[in-house]
Each structure stands twice: as structure tokens, then as C-alpha cells.
Design a protein around this ligand. Structure first.
Ligand code: MLT
Length: 277
């Protein structure tokens, strides 16, 4: 099977999607402002035993042109519901009925919307370095500022504001090539894509009330040094979900799946084995 596909969505935009392997499907949803490349260590691990699907969400990576707007104009927010509808549509197009959905950070916000809007498509839920709560007023103001700056100066504003926060404080010294790869991923987004998703995240709903109603197996994973969605936040989210496992990745920051891939993959693969018994 060809690993990279361009899928034309019903509103005319094109999404680039990685699709490789066969068997039970895993749908990986990336974070902000990254792209599907953040899941490379998981593609390598799981493509021989599962069908691995990972889109570049609209405005990011190979789908960066989908959020283009005219000069001087601010894009409409891309809501988490829109991203979730895109994910359900791409499952339709790929002939996948159900998938285990693995959402990282913003991808987790989208996974919650998938649970709300398309719950019949979700076989299991992995919430990696994410949170159920909405933004504070201060958080929303910061998003609006980033959106305006991204329209003016492009994706470099996200690098300036976020690169160090995405990684454990140890990573830039221990693995400078990883920090450089994350920076390149951010620069692959369009300014409009960043602005649209930042405004979408600012307006997202609080999903705390959805947690007790999640009726599929769930796994909450978080990096020990995650400064954006710290372990305490992840733990209380796991405690509110009826059937959730919880794992902390030692030495991992927000991007624990890239920084500590062996440990992250082990936790994920043990859990997948457990839920398929
Ligand atoms: C992400 O990694 O997707 C972002 O940190 C999410 C956010 O800014 O809330």
C-alpha cells in the first residue's frame, strides 16, 4: 500500500495522509503546530502489525495550503469539531469503520470531539499529553496574539513561543537533532494554519463532563516533564474516565512519544495487547 495519499475532502481541501500496514487501525492525530511526522517512531513500531493512519491536519505539514487566505485577512477559526469531522471523513474515504484514536495534545482535543460527534468510529482512546479543560481567559488572549503574529510573521512565531515548552529541559542538550526536527515541523505549517487552529483551540469546549461517559478503553500517557499538560492534569483526567490506564513516561516532556519512543511504544503496545484480549 502506498504510504502517502492526498485525499480531497468534501469541502474541496486536500489532506496529506500517511496510511500503511493492515489489520486493526490506529488513527494518530498530531499536535499544534506540528504534523504527522511527530509520529515517525510510532509508524516504525506499529506498521508491521496494524494499519497506521495519520493525517496532516488542515493548515499543517503537507496540508498547509488548505488554510490559505488572502493577504491581510484573518482566517476563520478551524474548530476542534471541524478537525474531528475531517478525521471521520478520512476514515470513510479509507474504508475504515473504527480505529483506536491516539490524540496528542491538540490531537487529544480533537479526539474528544470525535467521541462526541462520531463515537461509533472510536474503538479505543489514547490521550497523550493533553487535557480535557478549556482555555482560561488569559490563555485565549495568548492564542489571539499568536494568531495575529503568525499572520504577520509566519510560523516562526510558534517556534519562538513554543519550542522549548514542547520538550523536556534535558532534550535540547541530549538530542539537539530532535529539537531541530521539531523546529522544522513547526516551520512546515502555514501562518494561516497556525492562526486558524490557535483560534479554534481558544474557542474549544470544556470536555470534563464527557470523561465519565467515555465507554471505550482509554489510555492516558504523559511525559514526566510535560510543562504544557503536566502529570497532575493527566492523572485527574484518567481518574475521571471509567476504564482508563495511566502511564507517566520518565524523562519525557510534552513530546514524550518522540523524546522517549521506546518507553512510549512499550506502554502503547502493552495496552493495545491488553484491550484486544
Ligand atoms: C499542542 O501540543 O498541540 C499544543 O501545546 C496544544 C495547546 O497549545 O493547547
Amino acid at each position: 500500500m502506498m504510504a502517502l495519499k492526498q485525499l480531497r475532502m468534501k469541502d474541496g481541501i486536500e489532506l496529506e495522509v500517511y496510511d500503511e500496514g493492515s489489520g486493526a487501525a490506529l488513527l494518530f492525530l498530531h499536535g499544534f503546530p506540528l504534523h504527522k511526522g511527530m509520529w515517525e517512531p510510532q509508524f516504525t513500531e506499529f506498521k508491521s502489525t496494524r494499519r497506521v493512519v495519520a493525517p496532516d491536519l488542515r493548515g499543517f505539514g503537507g496540508s498547509r495550503n488548505s488554510s490559505a487566505v488572502g493577504p491581510g485577512r484573518m482566517p476563520e477559526p478551524v474548530t476542534m469539531a471541524q478537525f474531528a469531522d475531517d478525521a471521520a471523513e478520512l476514515l470513510d474515504k479509507l474504508g475504515i469503520d473504527k480505529a483506536v484514536v491516539i490524540g496528542f495534545s491538540m490531537g487529544g482535543y480533537i479526539a474528544f470531539e470525535l467521541m462526541k460527534r462520531h463515537r461509533e468510529r472510536v474503538a479505543g482512546l489514547v490521550l497523550a499529553d493533553t487535557r480535557a479543560g478549556a482555555d482560561t481567559e488569559e490563555g485565549r488572549a495568548g492564542r489571539r496574539k499568536m494568531a495575529a503574529a503568525a499572520m504577520e510573521r509566519g510560523p516562526v512565531v510558534a517556534v519562538e513561543a513554543m519550542l522549548t515548552k514542547l520538550l523536556s529541559p534535558k532534550t535540547p542538550d541530549e538530542r539537539p537533532e530532535l529539537a531541530a526536527a521539531v523546529e522544522r515541523m513547526m516551520l512546515d505549517a502555514s501562518g494561516a494554519g497556525i492562526a486558524a487552529a490557535a483560534l479554534g483551540m481558544a474557542g474549544r469546549s470544556d470536555m470534563t463532563e464527557l470523561l465519565p461517559d467515555i465507554q471505550v478503553p482509554a489510555l492516558v500517557i504523559v511525559g514526566e516533564d510535560d510543562a504544557i499538560t503536566p502529570p497532575e492534569t493527566a492523572r485527574s483526567m484518567a481518574e475521571a474516565i471509567p476504564d482508563a490506564a495511566y502511564a507517566v513516561i520518565a524523562g519525557g516532556g510534552h513530546l514524550a512519544n518522540m523524546e522517549r519512543p521506546a518507553e512510549f511504544n512499550r506502554v502503547l503496545s502493552d495496552w493495545l495487547r491488553e484491550i484486544s484480549k
